[in-house]
Design a protein around this ligand. Sequence first.
Ligand SMILES: NC(=O)c1ccc[n+]([C@@H]2O[C@H](COP(=O)([O-])OP(=O)(O)OC[C@H]3O[C@@H](n4cnc5c(N)ncnc54)[C@H](OP(=O)(O)O)[C@@H]3O)[C@@H](O)[C@H]2O)c1
Length: 400
Amino acid sequence: MSSPKTVRWGILATGGIAKTFTKDLLVDPQTRGVTHIKHTVVAAASSSSQSRAEQFLKETGCPASAKAYGSYEDFVKDPDIDIVYIATPHSHHYQNAMLALEAGKNVLCEKAFTVNAAQARELANKAREKNLFLMEAVWTRYFPLSVYVRELVTSGRIGPVARVLVDNSIASDPEAAFSDGKHRLVNPDLAGGALLDLGIYSLTWVFQTLYHTQDEKTRQPPKVLAALKHYGPTKAADEATTMILTFPRSEEAGGEAHAVATTSLRVATMPGGLKDVPGIRIQGPQGEIQVFGPAYRPERTRLVLKDGTVEEKEWPQPGPGKGSGWYNGFGGGKNAEGEGHGMFWEADEAATAVVEGRKEGKYEGLDESVLIMEVMDEVRRQGGLRYPEHIETTKYPTHV
Ligand SMILES: NC(=O)c1ccc[n+]([C@@H]2O[C@H](COP(=O)([O-])OP(=O)(O)OC[C@H]3O[C@@H](n4cnc5c(N)ncnc54)[C@H](OP(=O)(O)O)[C@@H]3O)[C@@H](O)[C@H]2O)c1
């Protein structure tokens, strides 16, 4: 057996998800049965100061040799970085990803990929022109749970998918939780609102079961009908959005299929934290697949067939395990001792692609990321939500 190849990461930004991702990245891949690659962090950058980057490297347990940068521009020139992980607010992804691609770096960029489809297309073109790897970090697509659900869909056990219902809502009290209006969930200058932040996961489930599973040569974009509620205090972010999507399919493939994808900052997918509510239901004439837990980090599936068959599965995240004294989580949340967050699956895919010379993610290529951005553009158009020009622009560079 050949020895594992080590992929050298650079982390751009030092906020909440950058910390969670980096801690997961440094977990030994063998704890999840991955033996062909290893990850290391060689640099991190903060837009505010070098000392913040230093503190980030320390807090996340990166190797002492990793370099701290106080500027993204200097960081992308570091010759030791194989791939850059971008974890700034989505308002900044276009500028930051373009900076890294222009510097010749492979890129894994947080969701939502960009503010709009035009920006996503420009990034895809740049990556292709420079022959670099570029992937939207929709981590959920790379979970073993998602692989299993897509295989169930293509196995035909529930028949051709006729309808998908997905809710990703977080039950916050936005006026209280984000009272100064500066948080990225409500701030128009950071492309705030439910759709780009949370609705992307509702769309992820719709697309990975109703679009990605179809034949690449014949699948077609959906028609979209949207209802979008503006968030009162800032008026230029959405508090709640609901989308009805119609996917054309040939009669042999099951004919037209429907989806309802919804998201809200205010109401709950799982009221009172109740775990037995399937936020995701994938329905066919022979039965349905139910998925439990938040749409971005689900943990349980149930297959229910017309003949009475019920198959339940738990999908705990691997990690260093109990007794390790190691913890990860996001925001205020803390996972059980030794349990990973689940971000290493996408990191494994990105690193494997870099080692193999592939240029796109295997469970969501660039054309699909662009298409989903086109859907969100259309939803915002119907709902009358446009962000400030300096973050909608495809002009590069701008200093936002
Ligand atoms: N995959 C997931 O589960 C997940 C979860 C949460 C968020 N996200 C995505 O990750 C991205 C970041 O979210 P987050 O929760 O980590 O946000 P955050 O805690 O606010 O961190 C964002 C970081 O970006 C950098 N930054 C650069 N310019 C900025 C600006 N003008 N305003 C604010 N920050 C700026 C800052 O780090 P430096 O200045 O030090 O560089 C900051 O710490 C978003 O696109 C979000 O959608 C993904």
